[in-house]
Design a protein. Structure first.
Length: 255
């Protein structure tokens, strides 16, 4: 196996140095980049494809979760969150992070994380090799067709509501929860935006920003302005931000 290429993203210099020192001890790992902020890390991630990402949660401007939202899921490196706060552990695993290192961590705890990362990478390589062999043989493994929800369940003050997804206009992030907008009403659900996105049919819904999902049927206009940022306009007049990364994909799907 080639060397594992790692990125380190943390706004605190001592934390970056600590991670770098631990990684430099490993002969099979190469530090491909160190970044003090999410913006410069995003630029590097757009150019390169590291295998492993050590990512702080709380940073000025764009935080770790917001950074990960901006990276195409198909190109995301294996991610380890490194933070002094334990409140985000559940959210870290919802976005399929490999591990959650709580500062200060021991050398032994770090080594255990690296062992898991190596095994995950070996597993990916085996899967890729298997796919290649089957492709050359003219056969591919049968994959079950994924099914998506037709209703969303909302529990609120003794009530249980069943929302038809066809009536959902858009969904916004609210901390670790989400708010569903439907028929002029708002419903708070104890589920993250990422978890909801995974259950919704991508032919009906699209992530347009790290904090918003829209129903494609409700979109009436895209306002493209590189100076102030792009916007999505819905049938009821709601105006939502559109991230640069999602812009081209959304335009293509709306044509």
């Amino acid at each position: 196996m080639n060397k594992i290429r790692a990125f380190v993203v943390d706004d605190e210099p001592p934390a970056r140095r600590r991670l770098a020192e631990l990684l430099e001890r490993e002969p099979d790992i190469e530090i491909a980049g160190q970044f003090a902020g999410a913006a410069e890390a995003l630029e590097a991630l757009a150019r390169e494809s590291p295998d492993l990402l050590f990512l702080d949660v709380q940073m000025p401007g764009i935080g770790g979760f917001e950074l990960l939202d901006e990276v195409d899921p198909g190109r995301r490196p294996i991610t380890v969150f490194v933070t002094a706060y334990d409140a985000y552990a559940l959210k870290a695993f919802e976005v399929r992070a490999l591990d959650y290192l709580l500062k200060p961590f021991s050398d032994e705890r770090f080594e255990a994380t690296l062992s898991r990362a190596r095994e995950r990478l070996r597993s990916r390589e085996r899967e890729a090799l298997g796919e290649k062999v089957l492709s050359l043989a003219g056969t591919r493994p049968h994959r079950e067709e994924k099914t998506y929800v037709s209703r969303l369940v909302v529990k609120n003050r003794g009530q249980v509501l069943f929302l038809d997804v066809r009536e959902v206009e858009w969904i916004e992030a609210s901390g670790v929860y989400a708010i569903i907008h439907e028929g002029g009403r708002e419903h708070l659900v104890r589920e993250s935006l990422a978890a909801l996105e995974a259950r919704l049919d991508p032919s009906r819904f699209a992530r347009i920003h790290r904090s918003a999902i829209v129903s494609l049927d409700r979109v009436t206009e895209l306002r493209i302005d590189d100076r102030v940022g792009c916007r999505v306009v819905l049938k009821d007049g709601t105006v939502l931000p559109l991230s640069r990364r999602q812009r081209d994909a959304l335009e293509a799907r709306l044509r």
